[in-house]
Design a protein around this ligand. Structure first.
Ligand code: ZN
Ligand code: ZN
Length: 258
């Protein structure tokens, strides 16, 4: 066991959509240009914790997203058997973060109370609020509750030494981020608390959120969690793949964040 956590970012899909797609019926992702889609693995040698599970291929295709490699296939390439994964942290329940739940047959899934309440509550009566959710994924998450495999959290919790989870909210009501003590510096996996890195500097907000004010407050929270030496990892930024080195040259979509 290493005394620090390794953080891997695994790109599994991409979307290149012109701003002209922005209209009342377009997915708001369409106004952004290029978005990459990631899952993450936090590992200390002994233990692999999966952070988010990507979208179901059919759901991604339905929304015009280009699958690069199924996220579970990437895990297998890395020698991680999904049946052997003990813990999956779900940052939130949007379709691109909480698909493929049935693949991890022995895992416990960690989710905030507020996220389940939001995804199954009255806000979902409104089409624009439920758009980033997939009813099948949410239903599977509910089934996990009844199978005794969903672990609820209310706010921050210490997952393991040097590994914490922190509720930020904003983009989705119960969004949580992961902070890991990596080699020499903390890494904060922001997921959709920060879609693109430049939002931190220019105060931009991805135009899909449950609470605008909490998105902005979330940026402050990310800075606090990272501290002076820390690194904040945005959830959909194509720059992640160019900023960090691939774990193997033949896998350009799998990088170690350091
Ligand atoms: Zn999201
Ligand atoms: Zn997302």
């Amino acid at each position: 066991m290493t005394p620090y956590w390794r953080v891997l970012a695994i790109r599994y899909a991409t979307a290149q959509l012109p701003a002209a797609h922005l209209d009342l019926d377009a997915d708001v992702h369409d106004a952004i240009g290029t978005l990459d889609y990631f899952i993450w693995v936090v590992s200390n040698g002994d233990r692999h914790i999966v952070v988010d599970t990507g979208f179901e291929p059919e759901e991604g295709a339905r929304r015009g997203r280009q699958l690069i490699r199924h996220p579970v296939e990437s895990l297998r390439l890395l020698g991680i058997d999904p049946d052997a994964v003990s813990d999956v942290i779900l940052t939130h329940l949007h379709y691109d973060h909480a698909g493929n739940l049935g693949t991890f047959t022995n895992a416990r899934f960690h989710l905030q109370d507020a996220e389940m309440e939001y995804a199954t509550g009255r806000c979902m009566c409104h089409p624009r609020m439920r758009r980033p959710f997939c009813a099948d994924d949410v239903t599977r998450a509910v089934r996990l509750v009844y199978e005794g495999r969903l672990v609820f959290h209310d706010g921050d919790f210490a997952f393991a030494p040097g590994l914490g989870v922190h509720r930020v909210g904003g983009h989705s009501r119960g969004l949580q981020v992961v902070r890991a003590e990596a080699r020499g510096r903390p890494v904060v996996i922001a997921s959709d608390a920060l879609h693109l890195g430049h939002y931190l500097a220019d105060g931009g907000v991805f135009p899909m959120f449950a609470d605008y004010g909490n998105v902005l407050e979330g940026y402050q929270r990310l800075r606090q969690l990272a501290g002076d030496s820390g690194l904040i990892l945005p959830g959909h930024d194509p720059g992640v793949l160019t900023r960090f080195a691939p774990v193997r040259p033949e896998w350009p979509d799998v990088v170690e964040v350091i």
